[in-house]
Design a binder for this molecule. Structure first.
Ligand code: UDP
Ligand code: MG
Length: 316
C-alpha cells in the first residue's frame, strides 16, 4: 500500500464526510493505493456514527474509537501502530489542512530522501493570540533541538517514512515535537513543505490557552529525556560537582581568611557573620542533593525495560 492517512479527531462530525471524500478524490486522481485511519479520540458528538456510515461506502476507511478522550498524541500513536502504507500522512480532521498536498509530500519521502516532511502554514488563518506565541515557540524549539530548517513544528499535516512512525513513540502531549522525537531516534533528513492552510470551517479549536504552558514544559522534558534518559548522572552530576566546588572554594577561602587573620593578629568577623558563609553552605547542600538525585535517577533508568532499547537500522 502506498499511503496511510492518519486522522485524529475529537468532535468533528461536520467535517468528516467532506474530508474523506476530498482525500479519496486526490488519491484516485494520482492512482495511489491508500487507507484512511480515523482515530476517534472519545468524541461526544455523532462523529463515530458518521464514520460507520462513511466506511460502508469507502472500504479504504478504517477507524479506531477511544472510550474516552486521551489527547491528540495518543490518537496519533495508535494510528501509527495501525498504519500499513509506505508513507504515513497525518492531518487534522477540521479541514484546515488540504489533502491536495499529499502527492508532493509522498514524492519527497519516496524520491527525495526525506524521512519526515513537516508542513509549514506560511499564511495562517488563525487568531493573532495563537500565531504570535507560536512564533516564539518555534524559535525556542529550533534552538533547543538543532532542527533549524523547520518554521512550524506543530503543523498537523506531516508525512513520514513508514520506518519513522514504527520506531517512535508519541505520548502525553508530545505531538508538538514529533520532528524532535524523530531526530533523537536517528531520522535526520527532516524537510519542510509550504502548505495551504484554511480557517476552521466547522466547530471550534480543541486546545485552550493552556497549550503554551504545557508545550513549553513538554519541550524541557523532551530535551532532557532525549539527551540524558540513558545517563542521568551526567546531567545531575555535572551540576552537582559545580555547585559542590563553588561551596568548597568559598569554605576554604573563609578558613584561610580566618587563619591568616589570627596569624597576623588583625581583628576579623566571625565566619557565621559573613554572607559568604551562607552561600557556601547552600551550595554544598544543593551540590550533594544533586548527586543523590543523580544516583537515584541512575537506579531508576537501570530498572527501565527499555534501557537497552536502541534504534537498529540494519543487520546483515
Ligand atoms: N484532536 C484530538 N484530540 C484532542 C484534541 C484535538 O484528536 O484531544 C484533534 C482535532 O479533532 C483535530 C486536530 O486534533 O483534528 C487538531 O485540533 P484543533 O484543530 O482543535 O487544533 P488547532 O488547529 O486549533 O491547533
Ligand atoms: Mg485546527
Amino acid at each position: 500500500m502506498d499511503i496511510s492517512v492518519v486522522v485524529p479527531l475529537l468532535n468533528e462530525e461536520e467535517s468528516l464526510p467532506e474530508l474523506t471524500s476530498w482525500i479519496d478524490r486526490v488519491m484516485a486522481k494520482h492512482q495511489f493505493s491508500y487507507e484512511i485511519i480515523l482515530v476517534d479520540d472519545g468524541s461526544r458528538d455523532k462523529s463515530w456514527a458518521i464514520i460507520e456510515e462513511l466506511k460502508k461506502s469507502n472500504n479504504n476507511i478504517s477507524a479506531i474509537k477511544f472510550r474516552r478522550n486521551y489527547g491528540k498524541s495518543a490518537a496519533l500513536n495508535v494510528g501509527f501502530a495501525a498504519a500499513q502504507g509506505d508513507v504515513v500522512i497525518t492531518m487534522d480532521a477540521d479541514l484546515q489542512d488540504s489533502p491536495d498536498e499529499i502527492p508532493e509530500l509522498y514524492d519527497r519521502i519516496m524520491n527525495k530522501g526525506a524521512d519526515l516532511v513537516s508542513g509549514w502554514k506560511q499564511k495562517r488563518y488563525d487568531p493573532l493570540t495563537k500565531t504570535l506565541p507560536t512564533k516564539l515557540f518555534n524559535a525556542v524549539t529550533r534552538g533547543m533541538s538543532g532542527i533549524n530548517n523547520l518554521h512550524d513544528f506543530n503543523c498537523g499535516l506531516k508525512a513520514y517514512r513508514k520506518d519513522v512512525v514504527k520506531n517512535i513513540e508519541v505520548y502525553g502531549e508530545m505531538h508538538r515535537y514529533i520532528p524532535v522525537i524523530a531526530k533523537w531516534a536517528g531520522f535526520t533528513n527532516i524537510q519542510e513543505q509550504v502548505v495551504q492552510h484554511y480557517p476552521r470551517k466547522y466547530g471550534t479549536t480543541k486546545f485552550g490557552a493552556g497549550r503554551f504552558v504545557k508545550g513549553f514544559l513538554d519541550l524541557l522534558s523532551i530535551f532532557f529525556v532525549g539527551k540524558f534518559a540513558k545517563r542521568p548522572m551526567h546531567f545531575f552530576g555535572v551540576m552537582g560537582v559545580v555547585s559542590f566546588l563553588v561551596g568548597l572554594i568559598i569554605t576554604l577561602y573563609l578558613i584561610c581568611h580566618k587563619l591568616m587573620s589570627i596569624a597576623a593578629g588583625t581583628p576579623f568577623r566571625d565566619v557565621t557573620d559573613q554572607p559568604m558563609f551562607f552561600l557556601s553552605l547552600t551550595a554544598i547542600i544543593i551540590g550533594s542533593q544533586l548527586f543523590l538525585t543523580g544516583f537515584l535517577a541512575e537506579l531508576v533508568s537501570r530498572n527501565s525495560t527499555d534501557r537497552n532499547n536502541y534504534q537498529i537500522e540494519k543487520v546483515i
